[in-house]
Design a binder for this molecule. Structure first.
Ligand code: 4AD
Ligand code: MG
Length: 484
């Protein structure tokens, strides 16, 4: 007999069907005549209720073993449920318990645990309602990403995780080395001699697949990456991870307007698709986590994003009757409080800010005719701030060489990147969407560590994800204490 997924039975199961289910006990209610257990296999938030009748063999012993967290196979017959809130239930005929979960020591006993508590048990938290819903939404969203690009003929390209270039010039790099840290080889100048390292030079974990995606776009026109990205940002905020996933489309023969149009269509598509694939989970987030989740999704799908220049954004921020912690003036980067004010309070919808000052953006962005700004775009959304960063790329060899020089980027490392401008260069553009940020935005989850199964952040590389180092205490937006 094949095992049926619980979500399938809840939707399509008919009375008198003989079925087998497998999963973990969520709750048990013992009554005089029966024992009710709710079984969850992760396929949906709601489990299937099974009824055990005392005529079952070894009834008392089996019931004792069926505590929260225990794993079981139950075979039986479906019946219309007289109980409230469920259409069908399973009358158990055989019950096999694989692994018990001692109620004295199994940590997930309460109905609701705080997210902080759950972060300390990252190996178990996926079995809870909220975290379970998050990962179903995450899966649906990943599926929607591929669907969107594949339908449009974009090639999914796999860019390397180990890389020798620092694409963003941000310096937030993890070094990859096999040098003996107890006995590091030094050059005459007393610097670390990376020529003796595994790759014969210094190598890093990638901070972005963009530059490699540009190579591929010059052959396949439209491509995208979807993979892990690493930044050694020592910031303990609710929106930063050291390891996060990014989606980076890159389009040849495309300018900034085309880039913005694609980004907007892309966000609309993934929201719509997740609502279709996970209606119960999204409803749950709206009820239990943030009551604006469904309205936000509706707003994304149905309203067109605002588009303003950085210069205009600065004007609006200077006019705001509000004291910001960080100063606002033309030339300074926008801080997340500024981004959130614009998206959350002023426009109340996603906002695309374009044409930032050249000095605060990466070397590869196309210089505007004013000589001061570049064709950058950031998409800012309520509650999160920046979720997308992108630009039209500098495709003119001489202009790129000048930018590389002014920004002090080592040109010899970029010979291959310059070759793309020497041979068959075209206007092109792309962007990066932070996958966890978009999941946060979709679900209303306040902390980014709760939307990736195994968060990697300062002091968190194992299954206890909420370590806090002294000195981070002043990190204002590391929001604590919400219930799961
Ligand atoms: O704005 P960023 O740095 O842009 C790039 O990396 C470009 N190479 C993208 C491109 O044009 N192809 O990063 C893009 C997005 C941000 O908008 C944010 O959503 C997310 O990646 N992001 C992070 N998410 C989680 N933790 C971090 N530490 C993040 N840093 C960036
Ligand atoms: Mg950015």
């Amino acid at each position: 007999m094949t095992t049926r997924r619980i979500v399938d039975l809840l939707r399509n199961g008919q009375p008198d069907e003989t079925v087998t289910i497998q999963g973990w006990v969520r709750t048990k209610r013992e009554q005089k005549e029966f024992c009710f257990v709710e079984i969850n296999d992760g396929s949906s938030m709601v489990g299937l209720q099974a009824i055990l009748n005392p005529t079952l063999p070894d009834y008392a012993e089996v019931v004792k073993k069926l505590s929260t967290g225990a794993s079981v196979t139950i075979a039986g017959v479906l019946a219309a449920s007289p109980g409230k809130g469920q259409r069908i239930e399973l009358k158990a005929e055989t019950v096999t318990v694989y692994g018990e979960a001692d109620p004295e020591t199994y940590p997930l006993q309460k109905k609701r645990h705080s997210f902080e508590f759950l972060r300390e048990i990252a190996h178990l938290r996926s079995r809870t309602n909220t975290i379970g819903a998050v990962f179903r939404v995450r899966n649906a969203c990943a599926n929607a990403v591929h669907q969107f690009f594949q339908e449009r003929g974009f090639l999914w390209v796999h860019t390397p995780i180990i890389s020798a270039n620092d694409c963003e010039g941000a310096g937030e790099l993890f070094t990859v080395t096999t040098l003996d840290l107890k006995n590091v080889p030094k050059t005459k100048e007393q610097e670390i001699d990376y020529s003796q390292d595994f790759f014969g030079r210094r190598a890093f974990l990638t901070v972005s697949g963009q530059l490699e995606a540009e190579i591929m776009a010059m052959a396949f026109t439209n491509v995208y990456t979807f993979g892990p990205t690493f930044r050694a940002e020592n910031s303990n905020t609710s929106r930063h991870l050291a390891e996060f996933w990014m989606i980076e489309p890159e389009m040849a023969f495309c300018d900034l307007d085309g880039n913005m149009d694609l980004a907007e269509a892309f966000l609309k598509h993934i929201f719509k698709s997740v609502l279709e694939q996970c209606p119960e989970d999204m409803e749950f987030f709206n009820q239990r986590i943030d009551d604006s989740v469904l309205a936000t999704a509706d707003n994304i799908i149905n309203s067109s994003f605002e588009r303003i220049t950085y210069t205009k954004a600065i004007e609006l921020l200077e006019k705001a009757d509000r004291k910001f912690e960080y100063p606002v003036s033309w030339g300074l980067d926008l801080q997340s409080e500024h981004e959130r004010y614009l998206a959350e309070e002023l426009f109340k919808k996603p906002l695309i800010v374009t044409d930032y000052p050249a000095a605060i953006k990466a070397f590869y962005m196309r210089l505007n005719d004013d000589g001061k700004t570049v064709r950058a775009m950031d998409i800012l959304v309520p509650k999160i701030g920046e979720i997308v960063g992108g630009s039209q790329r500098e495709e003119r060899l001489d202009a790129l060489e000048r930018r590389i020089q002014t920004m002090g980027v080592p040109q010899e490392d970029l010979w291959w990147y310059l070759d793309l401008r020497r041979f068959g260069t075209v206007p092109h553009a792309g962007f990066g969407l932070g996958f966890e940020r978009v999941i946060q935005f979709m679900t209303g989850m306040t902390n980014i560590r709760d939307v990736i199964p195994f968060p990697r952040a300062p002091l968190s590389a194992d299954f206890r994800a909420s370590s806090v180092r002294a000195g981070f205490a002043n990190d204002l937006d590391f929001r604590q204490s919400s219930l799961g």
